[in-house]
Design a protein around this ligand. Structure first.
Ligand SMILES: Nc1nc2c(ncn2[C@@H]2O[C@H](COP(=O)(O)OP(=O)(O)O)[C@@H](O)[C@H]2O)c(=O)[nH]1
Ligand SMILES: [Mg+2]
Length: 370
């Protein structure tokens, strides 16, 4: 029996089994086996799709700029129109479905940052399970720093569908990784150290670990709501956690009453826009910049004024060491000390080392060893 047949057989067994307290363990174990088989089958094609070497035609997009955003939405919601508004790209816009058949990249320049935006073919329901173009396209989304979910004003409820489809291929939108730690040990079997009362039973946790060939380890659980699925996800090791922004497009077609109804349905967490009417596009740009958590760092060459025109754009958790590497790969090796002016230090010209964490607007001057 090949792997797909094995998966099918286990799936059938799950469908046949009634879900209740008594079968919980059995089903959890079956899910772990399926995830393991899928992993074996796919190797690690995930994450490699965006590679200059891969031969997947239009799906092959090289990462560029200071961050990457993907547009995700159903066909004809206005993704290509929005891409063209946000960037210098020229993605084909059409009133029929599937105008965009390959991934179209564009570059958005905003407050000194260069942000790559990828227009994807619209995803269709069931795409993640292998229908149509869906699966390969969605896997490009795995390398994104941010997903921009685009909704049609008449179909706001599709937000759940989009998140579900992304979840199936391992892209967890606006979620935190579960707080668990697996430390492999040489011997001693599996010990479970639950720091909280967890939903997942100890015996099922152990059985799931064994499915993944882990027979000796310390499992520390700090996650009260830990589920079998989360443990399986972690062991399968192919999950990414990505933040999102939601844009509700085509608001030129509706009035405020309908917008109010939509807010009651899906909450306040979206930006109402008209891509075609060029409305609220600046808010989208700004939200992207904020969500990617960039900061600006100004460089001051020794004995000269700081360059306040062209900041370095770096992610917010950035240290002096990251700045050095961004200027020149080998710069950390000749590094002696840096002086910083701004919010990350107590006083101006404070001397700091490579580990010092910078803040937005800081001025940095680096002194090299002679
Ligand atoms: N009324 C209106 N139509 C829009 C808007 N944005 C896009 N469209 C139209 O919606 C159709 C699909 O747009 P497109 O960008 O190709 O959608 P995609 O399939 O998601 O890339 C085209 O006819 C666009 O002109 C908008 O803000 N308002
Ligand atoms: Mg399109």
């Amino acid at each position: 029996m090949g792997i797909p047949e094995k998966i099918k057989a286990i799936e059938d067994e799950i469908h046949k089994t009634q879900i209740n307290k008594a079968t919980e363990h059995h089903i959890g174990l079956l899910k772990a086996k399926i995830a393991r088989l899928k992993k074996d089958m796919e190797g690690d094609i995930h994450g490699k799709t965006i590679s200059s070497k891969s031969r997947s035609g239009g799906y092959n997009v090289r990462k560029a700029g200071d961050g990457t955003v993907v547009l995700i939405g159903l066909p004809s919601v206005g993704k290509s129109t929005l891409l063209n508004r946000l960037t210098n790209a020229n993605s084909k816009v059409g009133s029929y479905r599937f105008t965009t058949l390959t991934v179209v990249p564009g570059m958005m320049e905003y407050r000194g940052a260069r942000i790559q935006i990828l227009d994807m073919p619209g995803i269709i329901e069931g795409a993640a399970s292998g229908r149509g173009l869906g699966k390969r396209v969605l896997s490009v989304a795995r390398s994104a720093d941010l997903v921009l979910l685009v909704l049609d004003v008449f179909q706001p409820q599709h937000i759940d569908l989009l998140k579900r489809e992304l979840s199936v291929i391992g892209i967890k939108v606006d979620q935190k990784p579960p707080d668990i730690l697996i430390e492999k040990t040489e011997t001693g079997g599996i010990s479970v150290n639950s720091l909280v009362k967890s939903r997942l039973s100890e015996s099922l946790a152990k059985d799931i670990l064994r499915v993944y060939g882990v027979h000796n380890c310390r499992l520390t659980v700090r996650e009260p709501e830990l589920t079998d699925d989360q443990l399986i996800d972690m062991l399968a090791g192919n999950r990414v956690y990505v933040p999102s922004i939601v844009a509700l497009n085509k608001i030129d077609l509706v009035d405020n009453t309908l917008l109010m109804q939509i807010r009651r349905k899906i909450g306040n967490n979206f930006i109402p826009i008209s891509a075609d009417g060029n409305k609220n596009i600046e808010s989208v740009r700004d939200a992207i910049f904020q969500k990617l958590d960039f900061i600006r760092v100004f460089l001051k060459p020794k004995g000269q004024d700081a360059d306040l025109e062209e900041p370095l754009i770096v992610r917010s958790e950035c240290t002096v060491s990251d700045v050095c590497t961004k200027i020149r790969r080998t710069m950390t090796t000749d590094f002696k000390y840096a002086q910083v002016w701004g919010d990350s230090v107590k006083f101006g010209a404070q001397k700091v080392g490579l580990d010092h964490r910078l803040a937005d607007g800081d001025i940095v001057s680096i002194t090299k060893k002679n």
